[in-house]
Design a binder for this molecule. Structure first.
Ligand code: ADP
Ligand code: MG
Length: 234
C-alpha cells in the first residue's frame, strides 16, 4: 500500500527551480533512499513532503499517514548543534505538532519520550545538555525525537553526515532495525553504498535527469553504475 506518492513535483525558490518534475512512490514498510549531489534538491524535496515548501506544480498525496505523523530528522546545521536544552527536552519536543510555539506536554507525551529514549539507549544521558554530546549521540537524540512524532514514517535528511565510520555503521543498523520493526523510512544520503545496502528503492536526484526504481534497475542505469564505482559513463 502506498503511503506517499509524488507526481511530477516541481519546487522553486523565487522562480529558481530546486526540484524538477520528480515522481516516486513510498509504500508502507519500505526503505527509500534519496541520493544525489549537493544542491540537487534533496532537502527541498524533504521540505515539500513535510508541507514546509509548496510545489509550484505536481502533486504530493498522502494515504494513511498525515504530514503531522512524519517523524523528521533535519539536516544538521552548526546552530542546531549548539542547541541549549537537555536531551529529554529535545526528545520531548518531538511530541509537539510542528509549528507549536508554547509547549504543553501531558503524561502520555512524557511516557512516549521515555520509551523512545530507552529504545535508542540514551536514557542514561537524558539530563545532559544536548550541545555537550558527541555527534553520534546528538543524532540518536534527534532520532528519538523524530520517533515521538510517528509510529509510521521517518524522514531522515543526511542522518550520518560528519560521523565517523563506526558510529555511522551503528546508526545505519539502528535505522535498519526501526525499518524491520515496521516503520517506513525515507533517508537522504550522500552515501550510495549504504543506500544500496539498506534501501529497497532508490530516488536519484540530479539537475538534468532523475531515477526512481528498484536497486536492480538502478544498477542497470549509467548513473547507477558510475555511482557504484564502475567505469561506465565516466
Ligand atoms: P541538497 O539537499 O540536495 O543539497 P537543496 O534542496 O538544499 O539541495 O538545494 C537545492 C537548490 O535550492 C540549491 O541550488 C540551493 O542553493 C537552493 N536552495 C536551497 N534552499 C534555498 C532557500 N531557502 N532559498 C533559496 N534557494 C535555496
Ligand atoms: Mg540537503
Amino acid at each position: 500500500m502506498a503511503l506517499i506518492t509524488c507526481k511530477n513535483v516541481t519546487i522553486k525558490y523565487d522562480g529558481q527551480t530546486a526540484v524538477e518534475n520528480i515522481s516516486f512512490t513510498v509504500n508502507e514498510g519500505e526503505y527509500l533512499c534519496i541520493v544525489g549531489e549537493n544542491g540537487s534538491g534533496k532537502s527541498t524535496l524533504v521540505k515539500g513532503l513535510l508541507g514546509l515548501k509548496k510545489p509550484v506544480s505536481g502533486k504530493i498525496a498522502y494515504y494513511g499517514v498525515s504530514q503531522n505523523e512524519i517523524g523528521y530528522l533535519p539536516q544538521q546545521t552548526t546552530a542546531q548543534k549548539d542547541f541549549p536544552a537537555s536531551v529529554s527536552e529535545v526528545v520531548l519536543s518531538g511530541c509537539l505538532s510542528r509549528g507549536v510555539v508554547f509547549p504543553f506536554y501531558n503524561k502520555k507525551d512524557r511516557k512516549r519520550a521515555e520509551d523512545n529514549m530507552a529504545r535508542l539507549e540514551i536514557s542514561h544521558i537524558q539530563k545532559k545538555c544536548y550541545r555537550e554530546l558527541s555527534g553520534g549521540q546528538q543524532q540518536r537524540v534527534l532520532l528519538a525525537r523524530a520517533l515521538c512524532a510517528t509510529e509510521k514514517l521517518l524522514l531522515l535528511d543526511e542522518p550520518v553526515a560528519g560521523l565517523d565510520p563506526v558510529i555511522t555503521a551503528e546508526l545505519y543498523t539502528l535505522i535498519d532495525d526501526l525499518n524491520k520493526s515496521g516503520i517506513t523510512i525515507i533517508m537522504v544520503s550522500h552515501d550510495i553504498h549504504s543506500a544500496m545496502q539498506y534501501g529497497d528503492r532508490i530516488l536519484h536526484m540530479a539537475m538534468r535527469s532523475a531515477f526512481f526504481g528498484t536497486k536492480k534497475d538502478y544498477l542497470n542505469t549509467q548513473i547507477g553504475r558510475r555511482m557504484m564505482g564502475g567505469a561506465d559513463g565516466v
